[in-house]
Design a protein around this ligand. Structure first.
Ligand SMILES: [Zn+2]
Length: 264
């Protein structure tokens, strides 16, 4: 379902990087990340291109060091992030500049046109107050979304935006069933958001939870331990999340990255 956008999207080449292009399903009208080639909702392959507002919020991010040129010792830091676009889709991006600490709340970003990207589209942090919008509204919409259907997780081989969304939905189902408390919920949600990156680093964990990585993983395990009152379905959900998160956080390399990141 996913490929590299610059290789599979002719419009990207024609228009340069003036606009961030996303996809819309011609059948069900749902919006998706640029790499999507088949609609995950209705399985239609009829996807049109449309311009995105280019505004969004950082879901999670990580500083990576990648080699430049032929010398493997020559490395450059680069921030890659999952961004939730105001249009809806979640996409992988490269962030130009520094990302403020998570303690300050949601970080708003915007697409940077005309910046040559050798991987993901480039975004930058919005600093003006006028640039911050909609996040609260969208969060409220998400909270009201029906969750009586238990979502199933897509293949855990790729911890992409589709997987993150499904996993966060599962987390909500657990919370609504009173199977996890609010602390456990934030621990699980954090673990999910960091899964595409092979887990969070020591610094992020210290800032967010004041614990080491080992202690954090213990917290995840405790949060997902079955309770006496849990139904069979809830137990299944917990087990599924536990397996996926353990796999993601213990991988040496971020599982979703190798195919889509050209600089490796
Ligand atoms: Zn569709």
């Amino acid at each position: 379902m996913y490929g590299h956008p610059l290789r599979t999207n002719p419009i990207h080449r024609d228009h340069g990087e003036t606009v961030l292009w996303i996809r819309r399903c011609r059948e069900c009208r749902a919006l998706f990340a640029p790499q999507t080639s088949v609609c995950p909702t209705c399985t239609s392959a009829e996807l049109a291109w449309m311009p995105s507002s280019g505004l969004g919020s950082i879901v999670s991010w990580r500083l990576e060091h990648h080699s430049v040129g032929d010398n493997p010792a020559e490395v450059m830091p680069r921030t890659i992030a999952v961004v939730e676009l105001d249009d809806g889709p979640w996409i992988f991006t490269t962030i130009d500049g520094e990302v403020p600490p998570p303690a300050r709340g949601s970080v708003r970003v915007r697409f940077l046109p005309h910046v040559p990207a050798d991987g993901f589209p480039v975004f930058t942090v919005c600093h003006a107050a006028t640039e911050t919008t909609e996040r609260g509204q969208r969060a409220a919409q998400c909270a009201n979304a029906p969750t009586d259907l238990v979502p199933s997780l897509p293949s855990a081989l790729h911890y992409d935006s589709v997987w993150i969304r499904a996993a966060l939905q599962q987390c909500e189902v657990l919370a609504r069933a009173d199977s996890i408390d609010s602390t456990s919920r934030s621990v699980i949600a954090f673990a999910i958001r960091w899964a595409p990156f092979g887990g969070a680093g020591a610094r992020e964990l210290l800032v967010a939870f004041g614990v080491t990585r080992r202690r954090f993983l213990q917290k995840v395990e405790d949060a997902l331990r079955p309770r006496r009152a849990d139904t069979v379905t809830i137990r299944g959900l917990k087990r599924q999340l536990q397996v996926s998160l353990t796999q993601a956080w213990h991988s040496a390399l971020p599982p979703s990255m190798p195919q889509s990141v050209p600089w490796r």
